[in-house]
Design a protein around this ligand. Sequence first.
Ligand SMILES: O=C[C@H](O)[C@@H](O)CC(=O)C(=O)O
Ligand SMILES: [Zn+2]
Length: 274
Amino acid sequence: MLHVETRHAIHPDHAKGMDTDALRSNFLAQDMFQDGQIRLIYTHYDRFVMGGAVPAGGDLTLDVVAETKTATFLERREMGIVNIGETGTVSADGQIYEIAHGEVLYLGMGTGAVTFSGAGRYYITSAPAHRKCPNRLVKLAECKEVEMGAAETSNKRVIRQFIHPLVMDSCQLILGYTSLLDGSVWNTMPAHIHDRRMEAYLYFGMDAESRVLHLMGDPQETRHLFIGNEQGAISPSWSIHSGAGIGAYTFIWAMAGDNVDYTDMDFIQPKDLK
Ligand SMILES: O=C[C@H](O)[C@@H](O)CC(=O)C(=O)O
Ligand SMILES: [Zn+2]
């Protein structure tokens, strides 16, 4: 079963006046992971799509998505898939990929139908593409690891870059995930924006009762979302995207836009946030 929800692009002046419900219905991504379903959120931020596929031991095929009005979803798009569950398989273009927890599968433009199977919980990201880059399963050992932060500032973390120019080729999509070290709670502080790219976070690996206090908004007009396990935040290009967790967490970040330069960020120091 396929379910697709559309999220329109919001102007920062509009976001300023939103109450909690409006912020959550526009920027929180929830209910993506349901047994036996593929659930996508089609955003108008760079036409980035995020979602989940949970085959729960069976098979789920993603092929036609009415929103794109193309013969297949990937006809003019690329896709990045992260398995946040147990080992499972994804079949595409006549290949069967066995994907362990934390591994990333990139599927290039023109790949055709994609079938998700087994015990995996698959986080799906996709952006429009202009050329075919080779399909590739990126193993944990192949990603680029970057250590950031320090215990003294409660933000010691490891950033693992998978769909990233230092690892592989893609059109728009950049993707990886960041894990907080024991006792560190803050991600992406100092915060940043990048007007050239939108971004989406998916928080996972959390206790069911735990929450991340996710910060969003114009740096001078910050807002927050309390986010639970396997929920995400959609970050417009004008918004910061940062957070502090009550317990351990990892988050997948994915971006689409004008460049694939991960280091292209405009930082905002804590003293300049409001
Ligand atoms: O543009 C890059 C993204 O916001 C994240 O990769 C930041 C991040 O993982 C972190 O600092 O912890
Ligand atoms: Zn960012």
